[in-house]
Design a protein around this ligand. Sequence first.
Ligand code: 7GP
Length: 833
Amino acid sequence: KREELDEKAKENWKKHMTPEKNDTDAIEQDIVHHTVTTLCRGVYNIDKLAMYQATAHSVRDRLLEDWNLTQEALHKENPKRCYYMSMEFLIGRALDNALNCLKVKKNYKESVDNLGFNLEDLLVEEKDAALGNGGLGRLAACYMDSAATLDYPTWGYGLRYQYGIFKQIIKDGYQNEMPDYWLNFDNPWEFPRADIRYEVRFHGYVATKMNEKGESRMSWEGGDKVQAMAYDVPIPGFDTRGCGNIRLWSSKPLNTFDFDSFNAGDYDRSVSEQTNAQNLTSVLYPNDNHLVGKELRLKQEYFFVSASLQDIIHRFKRAKCPWKDFPDKVAVQMNDTHPTLAVPELQRILVDVEGLEWDDAWDIVTRTFAFTNHTVLPEALECWSVPMMEKILPRHMQIIYDINLFFLQKVERDFSADRELLKRISIIEETSPQQVRMAYLAVVGSHTVNGVAALHSDLIRKNLFNDFVKYYGPEKFINITNGITPRRWLYQSNPGLRDLITKTLGSDEWATHLDQLEGLKKYAEDVSFQDAWADVKLQNKKRLADWIKTNMNITVNPHALFDIQVKRIHEYKRQYMNILSVIYRYKSLKKMAPEDLEQQVPRVVIFGGKAAPGYYIAKLVIKLINSAAEVINNDSSIKDMLKVVFIPDYNVSLAEIIIPASDISQHISTAGTEASGTSNMKFVLNGGLILGTVDGANIEIGEQIGDENIFMFGVLADAVDDIRHNQKYHGLFIDASLQVVIDAIQGGEFGDPSIFGPLINTLTYGGDYYLISTDFKSYLQKHTEVDDTYRDKAAWNKKSIMCTAGMGFFSSDRAVRTYAEKIWKLKPFKVEA
Ligand code: 7GP
């Protein structure tokens, strides 16, 4: 309990709360001040890293002012808020973003310069906050940026992993993994909240107890407890005083020490609780679109939702509203099924702890939660075994059984008593052992379910959740196509294009009103604008070529066509098909007469992406890319008409350099497998054309920018099942062009062919599940079309401009606004100084 300050004290507080000044003198003073007091260093030993830290601390001071302003206003007004629960936030670096949001970059540049450093050199000193795997985690980061920019009272909740996604090192062409200990130096972008801690229980047993009203209630007792401590990461909004927040939980031991063991001389044991508790949030599971049903992961998920809900409820209770108002104050968005334990957890708190009746509690729960599905891949759908759940969360398991029972009874009563249907729709799968289908629990516990692109939302309505659609009706299942933040993915990462667009449109308002890019269309055929546009692209390609030279010692020609595929390595994303086509191109070039060779469009094919450490086939794809690169890059007979580069350790900061440099990027998943994709949006926003399948958001991108500006190929999603079926019974058809490539690999042209045996087998004996043999021919044809189009510079530039100009729809501002209006029922809450 805090004491109220008296008026005089309050006056004094106000007098000393002087706003930060942003003139260069004040900025320099702050940087020097932090160097001395925060870092305990001085002019005699300042280096780049320390200078980065001091600069970051001074920027953070400015951010904090907005943070406090926002939180104080929210505290007073108590509007409805949204909580975005996500096990992953793939944020990347913070300094450049904060400087742009606060609109102080120009002055900082000058100040840093006056103090003898270069701002751009300092920015790269920062380690990426890489608390995510790929699309799902980066989407969460984009949404937090938009929510802050649009002044929606939204907080993210997540985990503060000590190790983010591993660092990828390429050795002899193979991926090796190194731990990413990103908190090695101090992290100026987080605030430890030592006073915000909650207890989280595991194991134990269920007992019956009397509550205060004399009613009998279940009670979860005993077991082991750990503590969750909060760390706040401020999320600046662009050009607003509003500042968002992501609250990350770190696990701590409840008692630092087992004194009995310590006194008995058993030191190891005395600290074992401490290490166990800390291990809980040590590391992010490095799987993308793939579930690994480990006990520690289940514990992470529960730890995360338990701490977050306690925090949300604590805040709700401060306003002394009745429980039935909870959904009018709180909206919770579950980023995929990872936070789904929040459903039984809130039900447990309301019934067991707060003493509500089951039905009243369930009404509150289902008016609070909404659920976003990000994948249809069966191997990514979370299922937890009932025995494991019973052991770790005995009360939750009972509650899930009850939720399921009441749900099935209702279905039977109101809809259909068909046994098969009830079995299909049940939250519990009757395997041995039984499994909890988390996606079904999420659907039953939510008022709204959404997919992330039009095709994907159709597919989940037709397949994954079809029975639920029939039972609940279609309104519960909506589409919200993903979006990306134009602040990081153009304004920050592509300064050349940013300045050209701003000059052409007359202001930088497009950064928050992306539809304004439409205004570029009228210049699409203007020769001098095209030249300026093409020059920006060339400069970006040079920037990437320099990076490749400096870091990999490979020389690439910036005038070549840059063809890029960067994303997690996964069979469904078909990097394998890409490298097979590269090998085909290489074989074709080698056969050419010198005068034909000269006429070719030179290409640089760039790959990047991590494979999950346990994903053997994906790791072989990386090896094949590197083995092919080795041969191709050293073959002088093809006269530099083809280069292959695998950029190691693809991450957010590298994406910021790579994406603006593409002429073509590839998004070539088997139709129906990529829920949306978001890097496709980033490339097109930066004037890169795409070569893609009729999948995910590629389709909507084509609709927005015009189908004549996108290279699409391959079978359609609704044909895939039949093709698989036919392949199974009639065998595959491997076309001559694909056979050439297989023969080259098996003939040892890219090293010991036995290494690649298992990879080739996925095609030949494995049944080619991802339909590479089906799409290969049309894929090669599209590549030829790309080359031909690239020869006509004016036509290409026009397409490139039309790409950027048509991307307004894909701003994450549009996506977040749709969530706020359709799902969260949330209004912007503007704060003024
Ligand atoms: C990804 C999807 O694969 C991608 O298509 C989509 O753009 C992105 O989410 C954002 O919606 N899914 C994951 O990253 C993932 O791990 C499994 O999904 C839960």
